[in-house]
Design a protein around this ligand. Structure first.
Ligand SMILES: C[S@@+](CC[C@H](N)C(=O)[O-])C[C@H]1O[C@@H](n2cnc3c(N)ncnc32)[C@H](O)[C@@H]1O
Length: 248
């Protein structure tokens, strides 16, 4: 029998080395780091994260008329950056992340265009075919059942609608891979620990990336969920990947 863990405690290793992604543990972890999340995001990625989100949004070809569902919206960065959408519904299960997001939405005077809803990526509180497009930025690897997460994305996007998913990857060029592995496994968790005050949240990051399906496997998962034209494009040497697809 395993001991119960408090929300916010860390999704540590399962027997096979994969981090435990039980929803209450993941939500608790993001709730705990929410106040420092944006700062750490921009510092640890040297600001590149904003460009990656921009790239993902551009791939959707938004015209100003679309409803966009941003799954795992966190502090609403993608939702707010998606100025090409008429309406954005951001969904996340971590209440503290959404509170930070809500403050940002109000400060930007975007409350009429951007709505944030608490919900799970595997049971989206959104009707069938409501979305013209959907995004998931750095969220899908945290979802306990990513297959179900992809099936939900396929359910809420209308036929012919577009999907853009950003997720971390592992650089393929050997020298860069070594350097990045060192940064990701050692330096980033230390900086994350000091700034967020959370002892293990930023160790979970490399652990979760290491156990996420590699690009060809994730592409196959999206195809199986009902998407066509699925592409995986490496960004910044493969530190991140942009997955794009069209709902069949
Ligand atoms: C790394 S953050 C990314 C936030 C935001 N998309 C961004 O680009 O900054 C991951 C977010 O996914 C959310 N999340 C993880 N699993 C989820 C699930 N199953 N359902 C809803 N939200 C989830 C977490 O609460 C967290 O806010």
């Amino acid at each position: 029998m395993t001991a119960a863990k408090a929300p916010g405690s860390i999704p540590d290793g399962a027997p096979d080395g994969a981090p435990d992604k039980a929803p209450d543990r993941i939500a608790g972890m993001f709730d705990a780091i929410a106040p420092r999340y944006d700062l750490l995001n921009h510092v640890l990625s040297a600001g590149i994260d904003r460009r990656w989100r921009d790239r993902a949004l551009r791939s959707l070809g938004l015209t100003g008329r679309e409803t966009l569902v941003d799954v795992c919206t966190g502090t609403a960065d993608v939702a707010l950056q998606a100025r090409g959408a008429a309406r954005v519904i951001g969904v996340d299960f971590a209440g503290a992340m959404l509170s930070v997001g809500l403050r940002k939405v109000r400060a930007a005077d975007e409350s009429r265009r951007v709505a944030l809803i608490r919900g799970d990526a595997t049971r989206l509180p959104v009707g069938d075919g409501v979305a013209d497009a959907a995004t998931v930025a750095f969220g899908i690897r945290n979802v306990e059942d990513p297959k179900q997460g992809c099936a939900e994305l396929a359910r809420v996007i209308r036929r012919g609608g577009r999907l853009a998913i950003l997720e971390f990857g592992v650089p393929r060029v050997p020298g860069i891979r070594t350097l990045y592995s060192w940064y990701f496994k050692y330096l980033l968790p230390s900086i994350g620990r000091i700034v967020s005050g959370h002892s293990v949240a930023y160790s979970y990051l490399p652990a979760s990336v290491g156990t996420f399906p590699p690009p060809p496997a994730f592409v196959a998962m999206l195809e199986e969920a009902g998407f066509a034209d699925v592409r995986a494009e490496p960004l910044t040497f493969g530190i991140a990947y942009l997955y794009t697809a069209t709902k069949r």
